[in-house]
Design a protein around this ligand. Structure first.
Ligand SMILES: *[C@@H]1O[C@H](CO)[C@@H](O)[C@H](O)[C@H]1NC(C)=O
Ligand SMILES: *[C@@H]1O[C@H](CO)[C@@H](O)[C@H](O)[C@H]1NC(C)=O
Ligand SMILES: *[C@@H]1O[C@H](CO)[C@@H](O)[C@H](O)[C@H]1NC(C)=O
Ligand SMILES: *[C@@H]1O[C@H](CO)[C@@H](O)[C@H](O)[C@H]1NC(C)=O
Ligand SMILES: *[C@@H]1O[C@H](CO)[C@@H](O)[C@H](O)[C@H]1NC(C)=O
Length: 354
């Protein structure tokens, strides 16, 4: 059973990461001007897409021509069927909230969602007929509060986790609504690991593991002890294998994730790390190619874009954006740079300049 009760934060090297609490409130309303032109969508872009690796495994293997790989799988001419990840075995959840649907979902739906339509589900906090339709009924109303509080965020993560458990997918990958997911690169990452083994893949946003102090015990002075663990920043995205998720199920399934979050009073992604590293004794495998908006996006070199798994963005001030540095569409129509990034990675999309 759970040893800890209420614990509190002792050390936090930088600041509380993840959870869209940082940089989300100020998100520009400008995206709303753009709306979604569903005609632009490449309806046939993604169904039954099977990713094939061009060469051997290894996290961070050198750049491959993913546009070629994707095109090849479209035409069924994948040359190396032995080393492939069926993207259909991945459950992709995107955490969002009703007030961000209009500003954040259109660019996702127009870009990377098209490469993983069957696998991607949006977890939100209100019914939205428009986006329900745009996502082919892939919006899930968690019935969680739409606040940005810890409880609401743990509530959503809990629903994401439970819906994954009910699915038959081999991998659970969580992202935020300000992430761009390089779908083929995600598939090649997962091809390096077995879903029948315990894997927690992600990237911390602090330099040392988190230390929290157990304060629950009645024998406070005698028994209190530090608990040390790593956690993957939710805002950068992370993946869990089904084997690990099944081990978590008795303690964190069926909504129990929320009570653990309540007990340690820490955000959803920290709670995830606590469950996996502290309660189950499994380790986070650090994957450097996940990126949250806590990182300065401009330092990602364009020549490495196809190796990166996620990208993000945030707005600091009126004209001060933390975005990927890339030429392409004018900032006026591509403030997040995700359209330009997408065209760089997948130039065959119809909205991309020829
Ligand atoms: C998309 O797929 C449908 C059904 O397979 C086909 O009729 C249609 O021509 C395709 N559209 C494009 C743009 O390839
Ligand atoms: C990737 O493949 C496409 C299509 O074959 C080609 O046009 C492009 O130049 C290639 N890019 C790189 C970096 O090799
Ligand atoms: C949210 O509430 C509705 C209406 O009660 C229900 O149909 C739906 O299943 C609930 N969603 C979840 C994820 O529990
Ligand atoms: C307090 O600590 C003592 C010695 O470690 C132990 O015997 C006792 O059961 C503890 N009491 C509680 C309430 O945990
Ligand atoms: C817990 O960690 C804090 C901060 O690193 C340290 O000051 C304290 O001595 C530790 N307490 C125990 C019981 O190890």
């Amino acid at each position: 059973m759970l040893v800890l009760g209420s614990a509190f934060l002792v050390v936090y090297q930088r600041h509380i990461p993840s959870n869209s609490e940082i940089g989300t409130q100020q998100l520009s309303p400008r995206w709303q001007d753009r709306g979604t032109k569903s005609k632009d969508y490449d309806e046939n872009e993604s169904n039954n897409l099977v990713m094939t690796m061009a060469s051997g495994p290894g996290v961070g293997t050198p750049a491959k021509n993913y546009s070629q790989g994707v095109s090849a799988s479209h035409t069924g001419k994948s040359s190396d069927p032995g080393k492939s990840v069926d993207l259909k075995s991945v459950f992709i959840s995107v955490k969002t909230t009703s007030s961000f649907h209009k500003s954040r979902l259109p660019v996702i739906l127009k870009t990377w969602f098209q490469l993983a339509k069957q696998q991607t589900w949006f977890f939100t906090d209100a019914d939205d007929e428009h986006f329900q339709k745009e996502t082919n009924n892939h919006m899930i109303n968690t019935n969680c509060s739409s606040s940005h509080g810890r409880k609401a965020l743990c509530c959503k993560m809990s629903v994401e986790f439970d819906v994954f458990l009910e699915s038959n997918e081999k991998w659970f990958c969580h992202f935020d609504d300000d992430n761009y997911v390089n779908v083929p690169r995600l598939a090649t990452l997962l091809a390096n690991y077995s879903p029948q083994e315990d894997w927690y893949l992600g990237k911390p946003s602090i330099r040392a593991p988190l230390v929290i102090l157990n304060r629950e015990d009645k024998n406070f002075s005698k028994n209190r002890q530090n608990v040390t663990f790593w956690f993957a920043t939710g805002g950068a995205g992370f993946c869990l294998s089904r084997a690990l998720a099944l081990k978590m199920k008795p303690i964190a399934g069926s909504g129990k994730f929320i009570s653990i979050g309540e007990r340690i009073r820490l955000p959803d992604d920290v709670t995830m790390g606590y469950i996996i590293e502290h309660m189950l004794g499994k380790s986070l495998t650090m994957v450097d190619e996940f990126h949250s908006h806590l990182e300065p996006m401009k330092f990602l070199g364009q020549d490495t874009f196809q190796d990166q798994i996620t990208f993000s963005y945030s707005q600091y001030g009126k004209d001060d954006w933390n975005v990927v540095k890339i030429d392409g569409f004018a900032p006026r129509i591509d403030r997040t740079r995700f359209l330009s990034l997408h065209c760089y990675l997948f130039p065959y999309f119809t909205f991309c300049p020829r």
